[in-house]
Design a protein around this ligand. Structure first.
Ligand code: OGA
Ligand code: NI
Length: 339
């Protein structure tokens, strides 16, 4: 629990273990950009096309009128901030470094870096669908957390499944092609909390990484921090009000044989205010076998990726040194060759 940043005394200088080598630090300037905004209430034809275009062009987009109620979003933001403000003693029992634990709080780690820690605390929660008893070990405080998280997750997953159906239709696949085991694992939530940082110029909130799951839906906070790799550089994301930021996970890249790309992104910190975001990950089941689908293969398009179970993929991908690829989109093909 001493490793949690948000409950430690405020530090005037950044401890050495958080300092990244000079070539991996965030550059002083990154261009700000508004990601494409897709209004999910427009005609199905229009939305389908917009998602595919944005997906192919940049791999990240925002959605509005997405069916998750303002109340559910606001309650989730509030309750997550309240959680991180609870006295440390109330959260100590949830602290764990065991990556197999479904519910835990932890700081830094998860992606390999050159050994540096990064400036993020995280509350991880898993939710099974159809709703099982996964909420049983969720935090008991704040009192309304379980109810708020459950409502938020049901609505957010609903939006994610709709985006997957739209993608399938746009790609000329059966509309339910991405239903079943490939999207049927537990929905995992990362409540990321980035406390104010004494020196944002020498560290990162999250190192460059690609999400390993199928589809990610981020409640981004109005405090900026997320940066996306684009044409060999980084762009800062400025979220639109009430929007979710959506990106494709590695499994969508593999299934479509690289037609859709999982784009590298990272988080920079800031001096002044804490930033809390909620990443909702739609995941395959651990045993689900995923490889390029026949629909994307031909003589000119041989498979570019290996077929692996999701469990194997996660194990292998987490040992690859992602932090080394700053400013370059992680090439999943090379990663898969290395193993
Ligand atoms: C993540 C992530 C971005 C953010 O949790 O995988 O990329 O802005 N989060 O917190
Ligand atoms: Ni991510």
């Amino acid at each position: 629990m001493e490793k949690m940043l948000h409950s430690a005394p405020i530090q005037a200088t950044l401890p050495d273990c958080f300092i990244f080598p000079a070539d991996k630090r965030p550059p002083a300037t990154a261009a700000a950009a508004s990601l494409p905004i897709i209004d999910l209430s427009r005609s199905r034809d229009e939305v389908r096309r917009a998602i595919l275009d944005a997906g192919k062009e940049i791999g990240f987009f925002q959605v509005v009128n997405h069916g998750v109620s303002k109340q559910a979003m606001q309650d989730m933001e509030d309750v997550c901030r309240e959680f991180f403000r609870l006295p440390a003693a109330e959260k100590a029992g949830l602290y764990s470094e065991d990556t197999h634990k479904a519910t835990r709080i932890y700081s830094s780690t998860m992606f390999e870096t050159g050994g540096e820690r990064y400036w993020r605390d995280c509350l991880r929660l898993a939710c099974s669908f159809p709703a099982g008893d996964s909420a049983m070990d969720w935090p008991e405080k704040p009192r309304r957390l379980r109810e708020v998280v459950e409502r938020f997750t049901v609505q957010t997953r609903g939006m994610g499944m709709e985006i997957l159906r739209l993608l399938c239709e746009g790609l000329g696949l059966r509309h339910d092609y991405l239903e079943g085991d490939i999207s049927g694992g537990d929905v995992v939530l990362h409540v990321n909390h980035y406390p104010p940082c004494p020196d944002p110029s020498t560290t990162l909130g999250l190192p460059p990484h690609c999400d390993r799951n199928l589809l990610t839906l981020l409640l981004p906070s109005m405090v900026p921090g997320l940066e996306v790799a684009y044409k060999g550089d980084w762009i800062k994301v400025q979220p639109a009000p009430d929007a979710f930021v959506v990106n494709f996970g590695c499994q969508l890249e593999v299934v479509t044989n690289g037609l859709l790309k999982s784009i590298e992104h990272r988080v920079v910190t800031n001096l002044g205010v804490a930033r809390t975001t909620v990443a909702t990950f739609i995941m395959p089941t651990t045993d689900c076998l995923i490889g390029p689908a026949g629909e994307f293969l031909s003589e000119e398009n041989p498979p570019c990726y290996r077929t692996l179970t999701f469990g194997e993929f996660k194990r292998i991908y987490s040992v690859v040194k992602l932090g080394s690829s700053l400013n370059l989109t992680t090439n999943l093909k090379n990663v898969q060759k290395e193993i």
